[in-house]
Ligand binder design. Structure first.
Ligand code: ATP
Ligand code: MG
Length: 388
């Protein structure tokens, strides 16, 4: 054991397993780059931020006599311009695969102690997602491939993180987009992964095709224009062998829909989040060489996505209401509700929960996330306070 009462880890053994000096590991614990999970998952430790070459969100599982490392999902960089980014990032290969980038939240699934568990991007075990995946993921894949971590997007309207109704998912569903070996972190090739998912009946993100490098930018443009109209998010451009890093690219409508959501809570949204979406629009309109009419439509879409929600927020607060983000979750086991409430409250969220109501053999709970900062700021401005 170590000298840090809030973390119970055998530093020597863990350091050995991770190939890190014990002093380095102690340093990570001291700086809170290595943190212990809670409750029944307190034998799991998550890496946060810069952690000695271990990706943020990685989880170290301490099985008593042995360890396992579930690596965090790597950051995917974004193309601002398709043509040059594809050329530069995929030089040396002949073709790229284009898959759908779905708009939900990133989840890793492994089987542990006879149960499937779902880690969020940060390496927390989300009690809600964990309960949900028991219901719709077959176990065979995980039994037959215990050395593989499955990465996918949880998508649908009923969750606390990203609510989207554009995928024909009624409540919540899981779509595989990556598989990696636990030991090395190496990814399976795109086609091997897709075949495995198919064989085991796991749903997966849509494949648009494998395009010759020189045609890819034009193809992506067509795809983006088509799916943008349906409110879908965008695409991931990948090396079929998954050796070169994927690149992401999104639809104008999706950038604007992010802005629309974020401007409702303008005082809580990160400035970078807002600004980067505006910059994307600038580069897209340049690359697609739009005529005045198309450009005008884009300006209107962008402007409306920012001012529309602001106008609503100010009107709401002026009418005496508070701004909130409302969503619902659905569970089979009522006990999960309490665990989930405790979990969310640990992140310091200000939440109000309705009494659960029954729907078939499940319970639905409506949750209201209070956006105190935007409500207070708007109120103050309405009362004559100055911006700064
Ligand atoms: P980053 O990965 O750059 O840290 P982020 O957390 O802001 O980005 P996004 O901009 O949504 O997230 O882009 C990356 C995320 O896209 C991945 O973490 C994953 O959850 C999601 N995703 C959806 N579809 C796919 C797909 N087909 N392939 C890979 N990732 C996908
Ligand atoms: Mg996303």
């Amino acid at each position: 054991m170590n000298n840090y009462p809030d973390i119970e880890l055998d530093i020597e053994k863990a350091g050995d397993f991770l190939d890190l000096q014990p002093s380095r590991l102690t340093d990570l614990i001291e700086k809170r780059n290595l943190l212990q999970n809670w409750d029944e998952y307190d034998n799991m430790y998550r890496f946060e931020g810069h952690a000695g070459g271990i990706p943020s969100g990685s989880v170290l599982i301490d099985n008593g006599s042995s360890f396992k490392l579930i690596r965090g999902f790597p950051k995917i960089r974004r193309a601002m311009l398709l043509e040059p980014s594809i050329k530069v990032n995929f030089s040396g290969i002949d073709s790229v695969v284009v898959e759908e980038k779905m708009n939900g939240y990133n989840v890793r699934v492994v089987e542990y102690d006879d149960e499937l568990i779902a880690f969020t991007r940060s390496g927390h075990v989300c009690p809600y997602t964990t309960e949900r995946i028991q219901n719709f993921l077959e176990r065979d894949f995980f039994r037959d491939n215990p050395d593989i971590v499955v990465y996918g997007e949880m998508v649908g309207p009923e969750n606390p993180y990203v609510q989207k109704s554009v995928y024909n998912v009624e409540s919540l569903d899981f779509f595989v987009f990556d598989m990696r070996y636990k030991d090395t972190g190496d990814a399976l090739s795109v086609f091997r992964r897709r075949e495995m998912a198919e064989v085991y009946g796991l749903k997966q993100v849509m494949l648009f095709g494998n395009f010759p490098l020189e045609k890819a930018a034009e193809k992506v443009k067509e795809i983006i224009k088509a799916i943008g109209k349906e409110g879908r998010e965008g695409v991931m451009i990948k090396d079929p062998d998954m050796v070169l890093q994927p690149v992401k690219y999104t639809c104008s409508e999706s950038n604007c829909s992010d802005l629309q959501h974020a401007f409702r809570f303008y005082n809580e949204s990160g400035k970078d989040f807002l600004f980067s979406r505006v910059v994307r629009e600038g580069f897209q309109t340049h690359e697609w060489d739009e005529n005045e009419e198309e450009f005008h439509k884009r300006c209107l879409r962008l402007g409306k996505s920012m001012l529309g929600p602001m106008r609503d927020t100010i009107a709401h607060v002026s009418g005496g209401e508070r701004i909130s983000d409302d969503f619902s979750i659905r569970v089979k086991d009522r006990e999960v509700i309490d665990r989930f409430i405790t979990y969310l409250e640990r992140f310091g969220l200000d939440l109000l929960f309705d009494t659960p109501h029954k729907s078939g053999n499940e319970y639905i709970i409506n949750i209201r996330k209070i956006n105190k900062s935007t409500s207070d700021k708007t109120q103050a401005l309405l009362e004559g306070q100055l911006w700064s």
